[in-house]
Design a protein around this ligand. Structure first.
Ligand code: SF4
Ligand SMILES: [Zn+2]
Ligand SMILES: [Zn+2]
Length: 312
């Protein structure tokens, strides 16, 4: 195949659009896709401060890299989740990325600041901490962004992540989640920062190709807690379908966003929600105590009982 831009030999094939690019032209194509989504979805403007949620993986580092190359004012934030060696290695990759480019990386150390780590949050039914870990990440990214005056939090969710989430929400008919799934989550409270996903139409393969061609040093291994997660099974199924029908994942997600979402109750993002401030931490919530504060209590208890066990 020939490069769609320069007609030289191509290195990266985009099967769903039957095009391909050489390694020299590919990064510009990728960044154009990102820019086009930012503009089309009105994610943010050039004069706004963006906080990128950084994990040390290819998606978040590719996003941070693309945004700074496109001239945006984007700082990073990393949460030390306390997942053994994996966390240490991903922290080192995130710090190296920032320092090599002179970028600002904020950090929160969960254990130090909150008295628990993600492995203290295992769900009794699934045996996994992922649902709670998601709450931890959303809470701290939002809080740091709001406290430091960033106008938007950008995450590296790609097409594969979003299609797998959609698949899971359809499988379980999680109508509430379906109504809220999209590339932009508007702010409905002064302490809730706008959330955006500029890579949501780019596949994992396309993001990996960008990270490799741009020589980004990211953590290759998956979080050890991800093993056996439902989302990985959904991704596997969607990849098998994609092999047979190039563009299936894209059609599934983009078709839903264009046509399905508005048919779901609550599918209008900008609706006002009845939010008040958590009596303990002051963050927006629907109840008296926010989900994070309740979960953090459980985590601290678990962490304390583990420490007592080792002390015996
Ligand atoms: S796999 Fe689960 S525990 Fe690991 S970072 Fe992701 S959500 Fe958190
Ligand atoms: Zn080319
Ligand atoms: Zn709270």
């Amino acid at each position: 195949m020939r490069c769609h831009a320069c007609r030289g030999p191509a290195n990266v094939e985009i099967r769903r659009s039957r095009t391909a690019y050489c390694a020299r032209c590919y990064p510009a194509w990728f960044r154009t896709q990102v820019q086009e989504r930012i503009d089309h979805e009105r994610m943010f403007r050039r004069d706004q401060g963006i906080l990128v949620a950084v994990s040390g993986g290819k998606d978040s580092l590719a996003l941070w890299h693309a945004l700074t190359e496109l001239g945006y004012r984007a700082d990073g934030m990393y949460i030390r989740l306390g997942i053994g060696d994996y966390s240490q290695r991903s922290q080192a990759k995130s710090e190296a990325f920032a320092s090599e480019r002179g970028l600002t990386l904020h950090q929160v150390d969960l254990k130090e600041a909150q008295g628990f780590a993600v492995p203290d949050l295992l769900d009794t039914r699934s045996g996994k901490p992922c649902a709670a870990c998601g709450t931890v990440k959303r809470y701290h990214f939002n809080k740091v962004a709001a406290d430091l005056g960033y106008e938007v939090v950008a995450t590296g969710h790609n097409l594969d992540d979003e299609a797998a989430t959609l698949f899971g929400n359809v499988m379980h008919w999680n109508v509430d989640y379906l109504g809220r799934q999209g590339p932009v989550l508007a702010s409905t409270h002064p302490k809730l920062v706008r959330k955006v996903k500029p890579l949501y139409r780019l596949s994992e393969r396309e993001t990996a190709a960008y990270a490799i061609i741009e020589r980004l040093d990211y953590i290759l291994e998956e979080c050890p807690m991800a093993k056996g997660a439902k989302s990985l099974a959904y991704k596997g199924m969607l990849n098998a379908l994609e092999e047979e029908q190039p563009g299936a994942k894209y059609g599934f997600l983009v078709g839903f966003l264009k046509q399905g979402r508005h048919a779901v109750p609550g599918g209008d993002f900008d609706q006002a929600t009845d939010l008040r401030e958590c009596t303990r931490c002051g963050q927006p919530t629907t109840g008296e105590l926010c989900a994070y504060c309740k979960m953090a209590d459980r985590g601290r208890k678990k962490s304390a009982s583990k420490a007592a066990k080792y002390a015996r």
